[in-house]
Design a protein around this ligand. Structure first.
Ligand code: AMP
Ligand code: MN
Ligand code: MN
Ligand code: MN
Length: 285
């Protein structure tokens, strides 16, 4: 089970990826993925397309999403897997979480204008596949196009992050709400890329204990945004807290992402994979 090539984290044009759900399904299959989930930010309108494309490609599929949450004044991402994509409570929760992105984007544009970068809102919109989901990634692509930065990684070092031009603080969903939306829809909530948050050990302990108290059950251990040392650390965290372990590339784009679909190391053998607990929820091809 741990050796299964599961890739349970990636993004399509429905959020901030550059490939559509069909192209992702084909790429996952070609790269040897055996169980796939599309996890667009705050949005599940790509789920039916992903499921159909997975089934046509002969690829087992789990429903997925990545919910933006504010915890301890920090943005944390919670992955939902294996939920009922028609669930009304989940759908409304995600719609509420998306709300405010357009206004935030206009404020980001104003902030960039103050350092001489004009018309960033219009520029970012050209990259948006889903008008409900304008994100920092779309601004990053515009800043590369405009020649301000040479790639999107440079953008996130110089702009759009706390203390830098273009950053606008935003209040996302509450941790407990996001976990409950996923869980009551029959899914499992998973903390995404835990090493990416700038938490003190005390804050991280609070995140995990509160997450578990709300019904959260999983944590990403092997992800495109973890180093080998971070994988080892969060494998221990999964064991310590009795959490199911997940694996996902967080693939966004062939030209921007360092980790391709299906190309991650295996989940360490001592861990219980989240897909073991979701066997009944898998759409088999
Ligand atoms: P948003 O949800 O609008 O705040 O945008 C967040 C997205 O920006 C993430 O999902 C990533 O795709 C991207 N992003 C954020 N920080 C970085 C970073 N340091 N390097 C590369 N991409 C980033
Ligand atoms: Mn993203
Ligand atoms: Mn994320
Ligand atoms: Mn992601």
């Amino acid at each position: 089970m741990n050796l299964l090539n599961a890739d349970l984290h990636c993004h399509s044009t429905v959020s901030d990826g550059t490939l559509d759900p069909e192209a992702l399904a084909q790429r996952a299959k070609a790269n040897g993925v055996e169980l796939w989930a599309l996890t667009d930010h705050d949005e599940i309108s790509g789920q039916q397309r992903a499921l159909t494309a997975a089934s046509e490609a002969g690829l087992a599929y789990l429903t997925g999403c990545e919910i933006s949450v504010t915890f301890a004044a920090t943005t944390v991402h919670i992955i939902g897997l294996g939920f009922d994509a028609d669930d009304e409570v989940l759908r409304q929760g995600l719609a509420a979480t998306r709300g405010g992105r357009a206004e935030r984007a206009m404020e980001m544009s104003d902030s960039l204008a103050q350092v001489g970068i004009k018309d960033a809102y219009e520029g970012a919109l050209k990259y948006v596949g889903n008008p409900d989901l304008i994100s920092r990634t779309h601004f990053a692509r515009f800043l590369v196009e405009a020649g301000v930065c040479s790639d999107t990684h440079e953008v996130f070092r110089r702009f759009l992050t706390e203390g830098k031009p273009g950053f606008v603080p935003h209040r996302w969903a509450k941790l407990g709400d996001a976990v409950r939306w996923i869980t009551q829809a029959g899914g499992i909530a998973v903390i995404a890329h835990p090493a990416r948050y700038r938490f003190t050990p005390t804050e991280e302990y609070a995140l995990i204990t509160e997450f578990v108290a709300h019904g959260g059950r999983g944590i990403e251990v092997v992800t495109g945004s973890h180093s080998t040392a971070e994988q080892v650390k969060y494998a221990d965290t999964a064991l310590e807290f009795g959490l199911l372990a997940s694996r996902g590339s967080d693939f966004h784009s062939p030209t921007e992402s360092h980790t391709d679909l299906g190309s991650l190391p295996a989940l360490p053998g001592k861990l219980t994979p989240v897909w073991q607990a979701l066997q009944e929820r898998v759409h088999r091809a």
